[in-house]
Design a protein around this ligand. Structure first.
Ligand SMILES: [Zn+2]
Ligand SMILES: [Zn+2]
Length: 235
């Protein structure tokens, strides 16, 4: 089944997630369109089209990126320095996250040889919040921003790096998607095994359909250290 068909099925199955899944459908289109981009317009244009971003904001971004005097393809994180008032809130933060993602995804990277064992993404510096466990019981972190995948030790907290298994509590939902809660640093990450991956074929989609787990973890006072693929961190 192709991804869009799967997303549409999930919308019927999980109507409470319809809005989130609609947005993810757009993100999938955006991903396709930015592949291989090498000019700022080749990212801004699909960003504006797919997410129906107002022209004024796109012009503002274009001008702002020019004034940064940096190459956003080489260093997408430079967009964090755009003169955007933080009080504009979460929606602006989410837009910036998706735009940065566009610049990260323009350049194709091979997911080989990366390690998250220092507690940060080796490509973009984001904190871990999503992990997959393969058939051989090896654990990998998947970066929700630049989408790099890299290894991490199997047991313990990917954020504070504590290895003591008694510090980790586990919650599991009806799709067998799990949350690892670290009592040591009060952060959590989501994780899932190979059979869950085989069903959905997309780690970011698995992260989104298990949004209710974020609610439970956050209600218990645990923090998600990096947003999901749509830039949503606090739920
Ligand atoms: Zn990253
Ligand atoms: Zn921890």
């Amino acid at each position: 089944m192709d991804k869009i068909a799967l997303i549409n099925d999930l919308k019927k199955e999980k109507p409470h997630l319809e809005q989130v899944l609609n947005l993810y459908e757009k993100l999938c289109k955006f991903r396709e369109k930015v592949k291989g981009a090498s000019e700022v317009d080749q990212v801004l244009k699909p960003f504006a089209e797919v997410f129906e971003v107002p022209y004024e904001f796109v012009d503002f971004l274009k001008e702002g990126i020019k004034n940064l005097n940096k190459d956003p393809f080489e260093d997408p994180a430079c967009l964090r320095d755009l003169p955007i008032e933080k009080e504009k809130g979460e929606e602006v933060e989410r837009s910036l996250f998706i735009l940065m993602k566009g610049f990260y995804l323009a350049t194709e990277r091979k997911n080989e040889g990366y390690s998250f064992e220092e507690g940060k993404c080796p490509v973009c510096g984001s904190s871990p919040s999503l992990a997959m466990i393969d058939e051989d019981n090896r654990r990998y972190i998947v970066c929700t921003l630049c989408e790099t995948r890299g290894k991490i030790f199997r047991i313990g907290c990917a954020n504070c790096l504590v290895r003591d298994p008694t510090q980790i509590d586990l919650l599991v939902d009806e799709d067998e998607i799990r949350v690892d809660l670290c009592k040591n640093c009060k952060s959590y990450i989501k994780s899932f095994k190979a059979d869950v991956f085989a069903k959905f074929r997309d780690p970011f989609l698995i992260d989104l359909i298990s949004l209710p787990l974020d609610v439970v973890a956050q209600e218990r006072g645990y923090e998600r250290k990096s947003p999901n693929v749509l830039g949503i961190k606090k739920v």
